[in-house]
Design a protein around this ligand. Structure first.
Ligand code: NDP
Ligand SMILES: O=C1O[C@H](COP(=O)(O)O)[C@@H](O)[C@H](O)[C@H]1O
Length: 523
């Protein structure tokens, strides 16, 4: 140790450090069952993620098999044809690539049945067992993963059917796991009720509540950035950080999902889960280790420290034309845009606004985290803005973590304008992934998270108490919106959202640097 006089013995690192955790190879056959296989998520995200895992050798055809299950009456080949288009890599696909797709599709079987019928799930179990038998798997060593790509309303009956008819038979090292999608419930009570129903059927270790933002590369980088860099450790607090923004923007509307969306709205669809999970990773204290429980313990503490949201700290919007969708009622009060300020009542963050912003049908598609530092005290420089020299305060330092598109971490810094004059300008220290990691393919979020479920790693999944704490934050506000007490302001599709949202941002203390914009570098 550095301190004089004292000798403190170094202890070895904790053996449960998950960076060095080894995954013990399991030998029983693996069956991945996609319930809701006829749906949008299965087609666009889950099957493509499984295909990518297959291509990279993580799904060995000698032991793995995929089953689709849904009510729609289609054959194996009809299901394969539905999903093929989302697997083939475009027009210029080589013969080899097409061959790979065909081989993967042959691993898929389809079983049709309803979500509450014994016969359907008995048939499913029979098909899975047939496959396990063909792989000479000892009963009990098989691995069964059930992915519920379904509306949450059917989770309880599906879980009951799985529990009654489709479990791995006895324990010889095999397992049964359940993956459930968000939104998990509609408010605190419904979510708790759902948790209790599923909790009676499965242990917490068997339940994987997926939030695909936790599988995004730059979200996974947050803990490394914060806790593996000396730079940031002393700055990451209320003494230095003025405000934090977590932003999700989409340049398309609800597009065919209007019925679903109108029941949930942007807060339940994006903010209560994706953006709040990011907030946790930015605000949490350093966990004791990287084990899932240690990380999730810290996330729960942050969530429990969030103060109730006041109506004055919320701005809602609804884009013009949203109710033209025949599945959306004409008088819908559902927000498609929301900006809100969350306050964390603890020693590190007291007084620092966390601004969460999400919107559909805006002018761009982007997700990013923007950490804005306080103004340098006693400013002695002048700042160059466009071609004119202004005598004004410096722009503030910011760390921006661009999650998508063009993944990057950049730090907005003030530097001397190159030349004879002593003037300053805003610039950036830029770690753009495409440039720095040229040729490296960033895995899709679902790909990574499904692999975690097979490996039994719950680090990037939401624990029951975490979910409860998340709903506690938003439920009062959501009920006020559902009751029409808080109303959305109309905005033009393709715009930045309601102008009032920028005023709220300003009130929260965010200072825009005029004349500066970051352009992702090209190779
Ligand atoms: N789509 C997306 O981009 C995302 C979706 N999610 C979540 O994933 C889950 C699935 O989403 P998605 O695929 O879009 O949903 P879908 O509406 O496409 O539903 C999936 C399947 O569920 C069955 N289904 C639909 N409605 C009902 C119902 N009322 N009762 C019983 N079965 C029904 C249908 O299959 P069949 O009729 O053949 O049985 C359908 O093909 C949801 O929880 C959603 O919130 C999460 C993130 C992104
Ligand atoms: O969970 C959801 O996420 C998608 C956006 O996901 P991304 O990975 O493309 O950013 C969103 O479109 C959808 O409404 C929501 O349910």
């Amino acid at each position: 140790m550095e301190s004089g006089g004292w000798t403190i013995k170094k202890r070895s690192n904790s053996s449960n450090d998950s960076l060095s955790r080894e995954y013990v190879a399991e030998t029983g056959s693996l069956s991945i069952v996609l319930l809701g296989a006829s749906g949008d998520l299965a087609k666009k995200k889950t099957f493509p993620a499984l295909f990518n895992l297959y291509r990279q050798g993580f799904l060995n055809p000698d032991e793995g098999h995929i089953f689709g299950y849904a009510r729609t009456k289609i054959s194996d080949d009809e299901l394969r044809n539905r999903i093929r288009g989302n697997l083939v890599p475009g027009k210029g696909a080589s013969g080899e690539q097409l061959e790979e797709v065909s081989k993967f599709l042959q691993l898929i079987r389809y079983v049709s049945g309803s979500y509450d019928s014994e016969e359907g799930f008995q048939l499913l179990d029979k098909e899975i067992s047939k496959h396990e038998f063909s792989k000479n798997t000892k009963e009990g060593s098989s691995r069964r993963l059930f992915y519920l790509a379904l509306p949450p309303s059917v989770y309880p009956s599906v879980c009951k059917m799985i529990r009654n008819y489709c479990m791995n038979k006895s324990d010889l090292g095999g397992w049964t796991r359940i993956v459930v999608e968000k939104p998990f419930g509609k408010d605190l009570d419904s979510s708790e009720q759902l948790s209790a129903q599923i909790g009676e059927l499965f242990d917490e270790q068997q339940i994987y509540r997926i939030d695909h933002y936790l599988g995004k590369e730059l979200v996974q980088n947050l803990l490394v950035l914060r806790f593996a860099n000396r730079f940031f450790l002393p700055l990451w607090n209320r003494d230095n950080i003025d405000n934090v923004q977590i932003v999700f923007r989409e340049d398309f509307g609800t597009e065919g999902r209007g019925g679903y969306f109108d029941e949930y709205g942007i807060i339940r669809d994006i903010i209560q889960n994706h953006l709040l999970q990011i907030l946790c990773l930015i605000a949490m204290e350093k966990p004791i280790s990287l084990t899932p429980e240690h990380i999730r313990d810290e996330k729960v503490k942050v969530l429990q420290s969030v103060l109730p949201i006041e109506d004055e700290e919320v701005l809602l919007g609804q884009y013009d034309g949203y109710t033209d969708d025949p599945t959306v009622p004409d008088n819908s009060n559902t927000p498609t845009f929301a900006t809100m300020i969350l306050q964390i009542h603890n020693e590190r963050w007291e007084g620092v606004p966390f601004i969460l912003k999400a919107g559909k049908a805006l002018n761009s598609r982007k997700a990013e985290i923007r950490i804005q530092f306080k103004t340098v005290p006693g400013d002695i420089f002048k700042c160059m803005v466009s071609d004119l020299l202004f005598s004004q305060k410096q722009g503030r330092n910011e760390i921006v973590i661009r999650l998508q598109p063009s993944e990057a971490i950049y730090m907005k810094v003030t530097v001397k304008q190159p030349g004879l004059e002593m003037s300053t300008i805003q610039s950036e220290l830029d770690l753009s992934y495409q440039q720095r990691y040229h040729g490296v393919t960033i895995p899709e979020a679902y790909e990574r998270l499904i692999l975690d479920t097979i490996r039994g790693d719950q680090q990037h999944f939401v624990r029951r108490d975490e979910l409860k704490a998340a709903w506690e934050i938003f439920t009062p506000l959501l009920h006020r919106i559902d009751n029409g007490e808080v109303k959305p302001i109309p905005y033009r599709p393709g715009s930045r959202g309601p102008e009032e949202a920028d005023q709220l941002l300003e009130r929260a203390g965010y200072v825009l640097t005029h004349g500066y914009s970051w352009v992702p570098p090209t190779l």
